[in-house]
Design a protein around this ligand. Structure first.
Ligand code: FES
Length: 101
């Protein structure tokens, strides 16, 4: 699986989420108190753009209908059987890279 540079650490402040793209797919990149997490960026409800959502603690809220996912696990906060896939994150200097499938 290739490592793809998607952002700079300086672009992703603690407590924020940004949408990035790699291999033609969107990902949600979250900074939870300095720990970086990447999730596939399409909401399993109706396909909302998770990377354009909001981050509340470790919980990423979909901008379309407010489904919530824990950035650390990808699990929906109401139904742990519903989840979005996590992808590994690597930091090299100021670069953030994700390991895309
Ligand atoms: S599309 Fe994400 S909550 Fe509906």
């Amino acid at each position: 699986m290739p490592l793809v540079k998607v952002a700079k650490v300086s672009e992703l402040k603690p407590g924020t989420v940004i949408e990035v793209s790699a291999g033609g797919k969107p990902y949600a990149l979250c900074n939870v108190d300095g720990a970086l997490h990447a999730l596939e960026g399409v909401c399993p409800h109706r396909g909302g753009p998770l990377g354009q959502g909001s981050l509340q603690g470790a919980v990423l809220v979909c901008p379309w209908h407010s489904w919530e996912f824990d950035c650390r696990t990808g699990e929906n906060t109401w139904d742990s059987a519903t989840r979005v896939a996590k992808v590994p994150v690597t930091v090299a200097g100021d670069d953030i890279l994700i390991d895309v499938p």
